[in-house]
Write a protein that binds this ligand. Structure first.
Ligand SMILES: *[C@@H]1O[C@H](CO)[C@@H](O)[C@H](O)[C@H]1NC(C)=O
Ligand SMILES: *[C@@H]1O[C@H](CO)[C@@H](O)[C@H](O)[C@H]1NC(C)=O
Length: 336
């Protein structure tokens, strides 16, 4: 230790340690390179581009095709996450989806957890929705729709899906935006079979923006979404063979202990604020569609007041703020 060089090294190491952010919800467990964890689905050599280190993927949409990939393995519960930057400027008609599914294996009884980002015309913000299906419950959509508190095309933000045997949490950065606690009455509507992680960009002109009013305009192509620092943390499972085995019990227990599974009081109030300010549709408040809210719905009295029987906010939104102008709510009212 008398060697001045090693002293310097120690000092630098200590300094680096101090500078590193604490291990928190913002730094999830296992970053997996594209080569190690993923397989291309579509987009050829032109529309799916990887960085040399394999940690970043660019997905392009042009007039010929979109692009997509999936995890090579399927997971029985897990933490799925990526830092994502969405296309900028005119993005109407475009959908960027980040989701888990097993639809390839179980056509009629698939499970699914979604983040779907919906593009918009120039100058209007991206919107997104979350959803879940279990055992083919496609006739019982559980959509929620939201705007964001930042411009998702300007910088990377981390989007995370936590799926355990008892709950599902969707996160943006360190903010939990939606938590679904498994209720016994949900039965098999709660996803229960191994799923793979998917990421895609595609042309959804028929519905993505104002119910199909604005289509993709290829004058602005290519539309590029960037994904980096992908995380797959769960029990790798064969969906056919492992359905009834308990090989994943240990991993399940481990998932229960990670910080993402334990929302702090501060995060809980951030979630509440997010939902009051940025959620503009929830199936739980859509009493026209579900006169009795599905069993997992926890009705928040304040939100109940804010939302009409269509599950959309009343026009004079008490919590409307800069960026969520009444003009925007008018647009929302127009939606299908
Ligand atoms: C899933 O759906 C199929 C077909 O409807 C049904 O046979 C099966 O029992 C369901 N699984 C569970 C766990 O409820
Ligand atoms: C979860 O968080 C609470 C406080 O927010 C803490 O008391 C508890 O020990 C945490 N549990 C785990 C498993 O980290």
């Amino acid at each position: 230790m008398n060697d001045p060089l090693s002293k310097t090294t120690v000092c630098i190491s200590l300094l680096l340690l101090l500078l590193l952010p604490p291990l928190s919800a913002a730094s999830p467990p296992q970053i997996i390179s594209f080569q190690k964890g993923f397989t291309q689905l579509f987009g050829g050599n032109t529309n799916l581009l990887r960085s040399d280190d394999g940690n970043t993927v660019h997905l392009h949409l042009n007039q010929y095709t979109g692009a997509g990939f999936r995890s090579s393995n399927m997971y029985n519960h897990g933490l799925f996450s990526a830092r994502i930057k969405l296309p900028s400027e005119y993005t109407a008609g475009i959908v960027v989806a980040f989701y888990t599914s097993n639809g390839d294996v179980f056509e009629k009884t698939h499970d699914e957890l979604d983040f779907e980002f919906l593009g918009n015309i120039k100058g209007k913000p991206w919107r997104f929705q979350t959803n879940l299906y279990g055992n083919g419950s496609t006739s019982r959509g559980r959509e929620e729709r939201y705007t964001l508190w930042f411009d998702p095309s300007k910088s990377y933000h981390r989007y995370t899906i936590l799926w355990t045997s008892s709950k599902i949490i969707f996160y943006i950065d360190e903010v939990p935006i939606r938590e679904i606690l498994r209720s016994p009455e949900m039965g098999s509507d709660f996803p229960s079979k191994p799923m793979a992680l998917y990421a895609t960009i595609w042309d959804a002109s028929t519905w993505a923006t104002n119910g199909g009013k604005y289509k993709v305009n290829y004058k602005y192509a290519p539309f590029v979404t960037e994904m980096t620092d992908l995380v797959l943390h769960g029990c790798i499972s064969n969906p056919i063979q492992d359905l009834v085995t308990d090989t994943c019990m240990q991993m399940d227990q481990q998932l229960e202990t990670i910080q993402y599974n334990n929302i702090t009081r501060k995060q809980k109030s951030a979630m509440k604020r997010f939902r009051e300010k940025y959620m503009y549709y929830s199936y739980c408040y859509d009493t026209l569609r579900y006169p009795v809210p599905p069993p997992e719905c926890v009705i928040d009295p304040l939100l109940r007041q804010q939302f009409k029987e269509t599950g959309r906010p009343r026009r004079h939104h008490r919590h409307s703020r800069k960026g969520l102008s009444s003009q925007m709510y008018d647009d929302i009212e127009d939606e299908d």
